[in-house]
Design a protein around this ligand. Sequence first.
Ligand code: TXA
Ligand code: MG
Length: 422
Amino acid sequence: MPLRQPPLPGQIGRGPAPKFVAKRASRGPGGRSAKPLENANFWKNGRSGRIRTCDPCVPNAVLYRAEPHSDKRPAYSVGFGAPQAAELRNFVPVKTGLETLILPAGEAGAEAAARVLAAGGLVAFPTETVYGLGADAANATAVAHIYSAKGRPAFNPLIAHVPDLAAARRIGRFDARALRLAEAFWPGPLTLVVPKTDDCPVSDLATAGLDTVAIRVPAHPVAEAILRAFGGAVVAPSANISGHVSPTLAAHVESDLAGRIDLIIDGGPVAVGVESTIIGCFEAPMLLRPGGLSRERIEAVLGAPLARPPVEADSDDSQPLAPGMLASHYAPRANVRLHAQDVAPDEALLAFGPARLPGVETAAAVMNLSPAADLDEAAANLFGYLRSLDAKAPRAIAVMTIPEEGLGEAINDRLRRAAVAR
Ligand code: TXA
Ligand code: MG
């Protein structure tokens, strides 16, 4: 049966009878009892594809495989197999009604996290960059639950976290340059995209069907303890609802994901505050996402400038090289106004450095990322301050200019995405 309506990606049920499934059943043809389609055609954003059934533990979930355009690779996403009425095509939040346990970091916490991961559950844990939402990388059903808990566009591949380079080399193939970067910066805020090994256990869903895998060794004792206790690779996007600001405290994770995940390990505030830098270890090493390790430090080790991704990496109808680069990512609810020279009374100000802007006395709220203009300090404060200012519900968040050097490149990248009109 050909699909008339494009299926909704990224919506999968979890547990016996999630609320939204019942609602769909009563309102449209895409209900719970509908048989998932197999090998049917579909279209989405002008692309055609085939539907394959996914894990039957996830009610009605299917894996869509979009056929590659010309030389591109196929893309995968998760969704329901039944056609949907037009009015049901809006995002419906997944209510799993899970009880989310919050444990302090420590030996008992690490062991509990490892047990939950081994049982296919979801655990949020601190890394040095941001809190991650972890699942067993080899367990496609658990990985699918990450997408549903986050409401994440399912074509985004995930980063596999491992405790050391030896574990990384079991899942990815490292050439001389990749090895040099790993040895120089791991553990640390650097993710390397490398070809998968032949027996790479990371599920297809986690790599979105790519034959490369993104790997990182986090520099955080709590993350390391969990990874060692678990023993396998853990895929972990930032532990926030898709499109929200990344969490730098356990409380941020709780406010986004309580009731949707099994466990949060509270290890206090993170140190770096922006996500890892992603380097594609291709013919010419490529900066896929600026992040917590500056371009300058990476280029110094490589002895050559990093390549820029092709423009199409940023588009959302091709298979992006780093789909985390989608516009309107990292968005607070308030509008964000960049390069502010002044601030209005109904605006909040995200300041940087010692300068005082006109209007600062009457602004709705003011937070300074780093009064001393230290970019590392600003990165660590960025997401937490955006959340705090957003909580005051200002008309807009005005942001002062931040220099485009060191971690300023990652900070400005996140701010530009937060500022994209929605
Ligand atoms: O700091 C971080 O990297 C955090 C912490 C939790 O480790 N994680 C994180 O994950 O930021 P996430 O899922 O938000 O970002 C993953 C990025 C996305 O932009 C994704 O497209 C890219 O990694 N990625 C993953 N696998 C890829 C691959 N094979 N090729 C290209 N990009 C890939
Ligand atoms: Mg993220």
